[in-house]
Design a protein around this ligand. Structure first.
Ligand code: ZN
Length: 334
């Protein structure tokens, strides 16, 4: 790593001193104070982790956030400072895919006779909804093309645990020819205990913000836009699902943004989930979709940039006001 944290600290947060336990102590850069409440870890695990000990401030986070917020730059620029790929880059989604490992083991067997979604077997349904093969393939989606009679014509979403063990699946009928129900969930209880797509998160080198969305297609769309996300099976969470969100947030020291579909009850549910997560010590906020987008699945590169700008301008506290405010667009230009 070419990034030199001690000299960066001297330059940007001058006047501090490094303690024998390896923390740089200085006056807080986020609030006015005379005694040094601000601490940045210089040695050991996760250097750059920071926190303000003043109860009225309490700002904290990891290295990338420190650089970003102190220098007032974008996520992309902050990742450049430390020579790391930006997992949030909108035009460089392949970066996040490079670090994704394949799921390891299967506990329950997947139904036999399914084939991986491929260029040759690419359901029109996906093509019509602008899902590229490279959006879909890393999620290990499968297609029932004949050898598995109960799942013929269905797209199958396998659910893996965070450490890559297969548990169950859900399936969506691809054609609208009326054969069989639109959705299949052989074990809904199990699906409600899991976060769809969580195993991909575990493989990331770093994660500053985790999006919790509703459903599997929203997860695909968010990842395709460079935004790591996990999917809830419904517009609410079970304790098991919240436990996993908390685990991921702690592991990465990440913020969590709950982003359900647009609607009054969904907004209320988003707020409730965020509040339950905050009660567990996670920095969590609910967010509303940009105007004109009903569902995260409807996001594209332009509207998701608006969403990111909203977050980066710390408008997550008041998402409703900010989505209609002026000056949100163009706040960041990368
Ligand atoms: Zn402070």
């Amino acid at each position: 790593l070419s990034f030199d944290l001690p000299s960066w600290l001297q330059r940007h947060i001058p006047g501090g001193r490094t303690t024998s336990s390896g923390w740089y102590r200085a006056r807080c850069v986020f609030h006015n104070e005379t005694s040094p409440s601000f601490a940045v870890k210089v040695t050991g695990n996760r250097p750059g982790s920071f926190g303000c000990l003043a109860a009225s401030c309490g700002r904290k986070g990891g290295l990338v956030r420190l650089i970003k917020e102190v220098e007032g730059i974008s996520w992309a620029e902050a990742f450049q400072r430390i020579d790391q790929p930006n997992p949030f880059a909108l035009d460089d989604v392949a970066v996040s895919d490079q670090v994704v490992r394949a799921p390891r083991a299967t506990v329950n067997p997947l139904p036999a006779g399914l084939v991986p979604v491929s260029a040759e077997r690419y359901p029109t349904y996906l093509r019509d909804r602008r899902y590229a093969l490279e959006d879909v393939a890393p999620h290990g989606l499968l297609f029932g093309d004949g050898a598995c009679p109960t799942l013929r014509g269905y797209l199958v979403f396998p659910y893996w645990t965070i450490d890559g063990q297969y548990r169950t699946y859900s399936a969506r009928r691809m054609g609208d020819d009326g054969r069989g129900p639109r959705h299949l969930k052989p074990d809904e209880g199990l699906a409600n205990a899991m976060l769809y797509g969580a195993w991909r998160i575990a493989a990331l080198p770093r994660l500053d913000r985790l999006y919790c969305v509703e459903g599997q297609f929203d997860v695909l769309r968010m990842w395709s836009l460079g935004l790591p996300a996990v999917g809830l099976s419904t517009a609410s969470t079970t304790a098991a699902q919240r436990n996993q969100v908390v685990e991921i947030a702690r592991q990465f020291d990440a913020d969590v943004v709950v982003l359900l579909d647009r609607g009054a009850s969904e907004d209320q549910s988003s707020a409730e989930i965020a509040s339950l997560l905050r009660a567990r010590g996670v920095r969590a906020e609910s967010a509303s979709l940009p105007e004109g987008v009903k569902d995260p699945d409807g996001l594209d590169a332009a509207s998701v940039k608006l969403l990111l700008d909203i977050g980066n301008e710390r408008a997550l506290e008041q998402p409703m006001e900010q989505t209609e405010g002026s000056g949100v667009q163009g706040a960041q230009d990368d």
